[in-house]
Design a protein around this ligand. Structure first.
Ligand code: G1P
Length: 293
């Protein structure tokens, strides 16, 4: 069989973003800025660092701003050129070599349904899936490590993280046996179980390397938790046919789909940004002092 490399990524972006209303009433949650970049751009840059150049974004209503963001902006470019703002011009063109395709999910029928929409663009290749709500520390190599594992075992790989049992019902959860450092062979998957019924404390986080056989399962899947077509259920179906691996992530992740997680991501990523880190650090120290009293 011809060696298949991971060249494409699916970015589901069809959600309503209700947790960020009213900010998300007319603009997409994926465009909320963290420091100076929209959330979705962190996911794009993470994939690009792994050599991925084709992106399939699954959108819905009120998501046009995402398409504009990754498109050329001639008037803006002209004006930056005229005013000599070379650095900004470079920054807005830094991702211009990437290709984006957009598919509208006509109804919000769940993550599995969103991913199934990408089938015509993927055909028989493996594909990375990145949920842009989950922001991975940009200095981390999670996706690269997952791609290496995929290349080694030619099997789907899910990123997993140990989470407190009090949070377990917010995630898809796996049970698995440790095969080698950080790599689990999965033997069960459940979407958003109760703490009592969860098969372990290992939650699926928003990074997946999928193989194209997932699409056939997704297309024939009945709605699961919350009446939605669940990716976790499709993976449970796939597990009957082939081996799946969980890659344990021990680095820093922010659940930026949650207000507090979003604020934590903003603070930490701003502290990594040389343009703002100095004065921000001083301010944080002053706030910490104030809170002591
Ligand atoms: C989705 C998946 C869930 C996974 C989570 C990771 O849930 O359905 O299995 O654990 O992403 O962020 P959502 O956060 O969309 O409810």
């Amino acid at each position: 069989m011809k060696e298949k490399v991971v060249r494409k990524a699916i970015l589901p972006a069809g959600g309503l973003g209700t947790r960020f209303l009213p900010a998300t009433k007319a603009s997409p949650k994926e465009m909320l800025p963290i420091v100076d970049k929209p959330m979705i751009q962190y996911a794009v840059e993470e994939a690009q660092a792994c050599g991925i150049e084709e992106f399939i974004v699954i959108t819905g209503k009120h998501k046009r701003a995402i398409e504009d963001h990754f498109d050329a902006a001639f008037k803006l470019e002209e004006s930056l050129k005229k005013s000599g703002k070379k650095k900004l011009l470079e920054e807005i063109n830094r991702l211009s070599h990437l290709n984006f395709a957009y598919i509208r999910q006509r109804e919000a029928l769940g993550l599995g349904h969103a991913i199934s929409r990408a089938r015509p663009f993927i055909k028989d290749e493996p594909v990375a899936v990145l949920l842009s709500d989950d922001i991975i520390d940009p200095d981390d190599t999670l996706l690269k490590d997952m791609i290496h594992l995929y290349e080694e075992c030619k099997a789907p790989v899910l990123a997993i993280e140990k989470v407190p049992m009090s949070d377990i019902s917010r995630y898809g959860v796996i049970a698995g046996t440790l095969e080698k450092e950080n790599v689990y062979r999965i033997h069960d998957l459940v979407e958003k179980p109760s703490p009592e019924s969860a098969p372990s404390d290992m939650a699926i986080i928003g990074r997946y390397i999928l193989t194209p056989d997932i699409f056939e399962i997704l297309e024939n899947l009945a709605p699961g938790k919350g009446g939605e077509i669940q990716l976790t259920d499709a993976l449970a179906g796939l597990l009957k046919r082939r081996t799946l691996y969980g890659y344990l992530f021990t680095g820093k992740r922010y659940d930026a789909g949650d207000k507090v997680g979003y604020l934590k991501a903003t603070v930490d990523l701003a502290l990594k940004n040389p343009e703002v880190s100095g004065p921000l650090k001083e301010y944080i120290i002053a706030v910490a002092e104030r809170l002591k009293h």
